[in-house]
Design a binder for this molecule. Structure first.
Ligand code: NAP
Length: 289
């Protein structure tokens, strides 16, 4: 059987269409504030794509750069955005400098505007399966599962990576009693011994590691489905950055049943999910059903 490529593009296209429809039907003027502390070239690339997509879709993306690495200064900024009725989404771009406590900052973002699901209240809602903004990359993975009708019920799904933004929320979502849940989930991380012992058992393998081509064909089960959230820069060709996933795509391609490409897979869905959250938040703020 030919391997199916699970492109993120049609998934993103559908989400963008829904977002545009919400904006047009309700004449919304949503604003997303992206706070950047310090400098990081990898996140600048992501932010550029948020600005470009925001402009196309009608979401005003406002960048607030701060060279201050004091948690108190950042707290004051966030309080102001929380109380600004024009702002419907706030994200603080990572990585943060060591002097800034990520959890302290997360707690300050009002749950109504917490469009990347970092406030512990949002995390609690997610854990319990209540309505909330799911961290965008985790939701992007779920959207791919939904779009391509990947069956999760009763399947053994192995998630490699346990970060608060991808691995843990994905693990939680797959456990819920929903059409994209009811899976038996194993989570692996850097301290897992004999990683391949687990990845080889996966009907669906989800990776969010940050290690280029970590997963080779000897480590996967015949006919498995692979969703690779990793984005790893391995160099430049003709002045353009070259990115690969956590899975060795060429090596695993023939052995699996379906696989997301990198780039063009999970990453291409994440920004559309974020902008969709900003618009949903705006609708709620205006009490539109
Ligand atoms: P992270 O916070 O650094 O977490 C990485 C996870 O991988 C950790 O749980 C770590 O284990 C685990 N890990 C590291 N080396 C491992 C190994 N050799 N074997 C097994 N597990 C290992 O990273 P993240 O923020 O979740 O991002 C993960 C990847 O996704 C990165 O490539 C990032 O660029 C990409 N990403 C993609 C999107 C998108 O839209 N597609 C968005 C955000 C990030 P420990 O917990 O033990 O350290």
């Amino acid at each position: 059987m030919e391997t199916k490529i699970l492109s993120g593009k049609p998934v993103a296209k559908r989400i963008k269409a829904l977002t545009k429809e919400m904006i047009n039907q309700n004449d919304l003027k949503p604003v997303l504030v992206v706070m950047i502390v310090g400098h990081d070239s990898a996140s600048e690339y992501y932010i550029d794509s948020i600005i470009k997509q925001g402009a196309k879709q009608g979401v005003d993306v406002q960048i607030r750069k701060s060279d201050s690495v004091s948690s108190d200064d950042l707290a004051e900024f966030i309080h102001n955005f929380n109380s600004d009725s024009n702002v419907s989404g706030i994200i603080v771009q990572k990585p943060l400098p060591k002097s800034v406590d990520e959890h302290f900052i997360g707690k300050l973002i009002s749950p109504e505007k917490d469009v990347d699901g970092v406030n512990p209240i949002t995390v609690g809602h997610l854990y319990l399966g209540l309505d909330c903004f799911i961290p965008c990359t985790a939701e992007a993975i779920l959207e791919i599962i939904k779009f391509y009708d990947i069956k999760t019920e009763g399947k053994h799904i192995v998630v490699v990576g346990r970060s608060n933004v991808i691995g843990k929320p994905v693990y939680n979502l797959l456990l819920h009693k929903t059409s994209t849940g009811n899976a038996t989930v194993t989570v692996c991380h850097s301290k897992t011994k004999e990683l391949e012992k687990y990845t080889k058992q996966a009907d669906v393998l989800i990776t969010a590691v940050g290690s280029a081509k970590l997963i080779k064909k000897e480590m996967i089960k015949e006919n498995c489905i692979i969703i690779d959230a990793g984005i790893n820069k391995i160099g430049d060709i003709d002045g353009k950055s070259v990115f690969v996933g956590d899975v060795d795509y060429d090596d695993c391609f023939e052995k699996c049943q379906a696989i997301t490409p990198v780039p063009g897979g999970v990453g291409s869905v994440t920004t559309s999910v974020l902008l969709n959250h900003v618009v949903r938040s705006k609708k709620k703020m205006q009490k539109i059903k």
